[in-house]
Design a binder for this molecule. Sequence first.
Ligand code: URA
Length: 267
Amino acid sequence: MPDLDHRQLEMLDKMGIDIWRLRQRDDDAADDDATADPAATVAETDDRAAAPAADDDRAAAPTVAEPNAPNAPNAPNTPNTLDTLDKVAMEINQCRRCQLHATRIKAVPGVGSVQAQWMFIGEAPGQNEDQQGLPFVGRAGQLLDAMIAALGMTREQVFIANVIKCRPPANRDPVPEEIAECEPYLHRQLALVKPKVIVALGRVSAQALLKTSESLGHLRGKVHQYGSSNTPLVITYHPAYLLRSPSQKAKSWADLLLARSVVDSAS
Ligand code: URA
């Protein structure tokens, strides 16, 4: 394990990671992935499910001109040199491409720097995110912030988004049609930010990005490639899962170190 400065040790402590255990695990050739991960994958559920449903608390969908008809000039799969993150966000805020626009309070386009080297991609907004229009603002978001801080960065220095930009009712898993309709927005965000690494947070995000049904246990621990840009993609546990299963934080930290090695080798 690389040397950690005082602040990073403090952050790892906040994440609940036992440094001694991390060091021992690094030295331990017989890692327990094979046995622990499948169970963890089964146990991993969406943090959003932990949030109480607030389906009665809906604002009417905004009535706006439809910018998202398939042949419209601003159809979401048309990245070009004039595209900007603000433009993508504006279109997401007005999007009616799938049924989720009817039940959302706010769309959640994503936040962060256009110069970010890291892009963190969650699954979908939960209740808090739906209310605020910002990703990862609940308890899981606080842990994500701590993870980012442990890497020596702030939320403002990375880019945080979700596979789908509107909250599914009662925090159900997104369906393939919703993922497909939303994917062009993510592609545009990626084309603009050009991160050196993507970190997929949780099973649903990982499976949606890689278009696979493989378990998270099988997907993590290696560097995948995403999209036509072949952006390196590392999979880790969802912060909400880590809140419920703190013993998995050490593995998540190992995933983040893998992602950091990708960034470092690209620099
Ligand atoms: N869970 C997610 O996957 N995304 C969020 O933005 C919040 C919680």
